[in-house]
Design a binder for this molecule. Structure first.
Ligand SMILES: NC(=O)c1ccc[n+]([C@@H]2O[C@H](COP(=O)([O-])OP(=O)(O)OC[C@H]3O[C@@H](n4cnc5c(N)ncnc54)[C@H](O)[C@@H]3O)[C@@H](O)[C@H]2O)c1
Length: 314
């Protein structure tokens, strides 16, 4: 059985622990902070019963899954025997650079070292380490124990076998890997999200709509479609003649809109304060943790429902 080590166990590392453990792997959680490890373990403990209730532990008991987790604050002990290292340290380049320099000689020569980074290219923190061909980005969408997509992004020197092994492992643990041909800022998901956020801030800044109505446009509009089909399949199904028909009818309109959107704007302090004020009126700061837990419960129920609906309609 492969040995899995998680390096950095904050928000994302804690969620990864559930993904690997429910897939049957023994998982070592490493973090320099004992407090972070305690929080990660208590997150896993408090989440597991809800996952079991939604049948998202593969029929296993929460206790059986949680028994596969062990923690350490010693990096050498954590990575020495690992076959797959999933790094989720803070998104700060100097931290990742120092960590990879320290970790690379401690890990096995044939281990895969995958980074959860949201946007840093692996080439920016693995260039000067021994065995850099072992390194790749495997970027999850938070929280990975509920959202399966993982973006696999190679550095120019990542070995093809490392990409294949990472892809295979992600599938084995129930995630959905997609592969990028080369490094690009923001990868795919954050480029898409960034395009939408840029437009969302523009619409609020120009007084076209409130932040709440903008959110409704997604939760009660686009988001419902996107739960089952992506933007290309959407346009394929929204015109009698499929993609070419849609593009012929609506391409000019989208081109005109794109010209209006072509000039990116910085998100000014005043604009950010306006959206923040609207958000805090709806969800006060002291209710944010409860709201995150609510989001995760809703996501778990939806993931279960999606499986059932797709099965019924196969
Ligand atoms: N939060 C998200 O939505 C999200 C989504 C996808 C990917 N990511 C990526 O995952 C990574 C972790 O993000 P997060 O939100 O979990 O951050 P976080 O701040 O919640 O957790 C980071 C953890 O790393 C630990 N740490 C500090 N220095 C370290 C070191 N030298 N070595 C190992 N661990 C160290 C911290 O103690 C902390 O527990 C980042 O690269 C981030 O871009 C985040």
């Amino acid at each position: 059985m492969m040995k899995i080590t998680l390096v950095g166990c904050g928000l994302v590392g804690g969620s990864w622990s559930l993904v690997f453990a429910r897939a049957g792997f023994d998982v070592t959680l490493y973090d320099p902070s004992q407090a972070s490890l305690d929080v990660a373990l208590s997150f896993a403990k408090s989440s597991a019963p809800g996952l079991a209730k939604q049948d998202l532990l593969g029929g296993q008991s929460p206790e059986a899954v949680l028994a596969r987790l062990k923690t350490t604050t010693n990096l050498a002990d954590a990575v020495r025997d690992a076959d797959h290292i999933q790094e989720s340290a803070p998104e700060r380049l100097p931290i990742k650079q120092a960590l990879y320099k320290e970790m690379a000689p401690l890990a096995k020569a044939d281990a895969v070292i995958a980074s959860s980074t949201s946007g840093l290219p692996a080439s920016s923190f693995t260039a000067d380490i021994p065995g850099r061909e072992r390194c790749v980005v495997a970027h999850p969408i938070n929280p990975p124990h509920l959202i399966p997509l993982v973006e696999i992004v190679p550095a120019p020197w990542t070995a093809p076998s490392v990409i294949e092994r990472t892809d295979a492992l992600m599938r084995q643990i129930g995630q959905v890997p997609i592969r990028l041909g080369r490094e690009i800022n923001g990868f795919i998901v954050n480029r898409l999200q960034g395009a939408m956020l840029g437009e969302a801030f523009r619409l609020v800044e120009d007084g076209i709509c409130s932040a709440a109505d903008l959110d409704a446009a997604v939760t009660d509009g686009l988001g419902l479609r996107w739960f089952f089909i992506g933007p290309f399949e959407t346009i394929d199904l929204n015109a009698q003649g499929g993609v070419p028909d849609y593009c012929q009818k609506l391409g000019p309109m989208y081109y005109d809109v794109a010209k209006e959107q072509a000039d990116p704007r910085r998100w000014s302090d005043a604009l950010v304060a306006k959206v923040e004020a609207e958000r805090r009126a709806k969800t006060p700061t002291d209710q944010l943790d409860a709201r995150k837990a609510w989001r995760d419960r809703c996501l778990a129920a939806l993931v279960r429902a999606k499986r059932a609906v797709l099965k019924e309609n196969a």
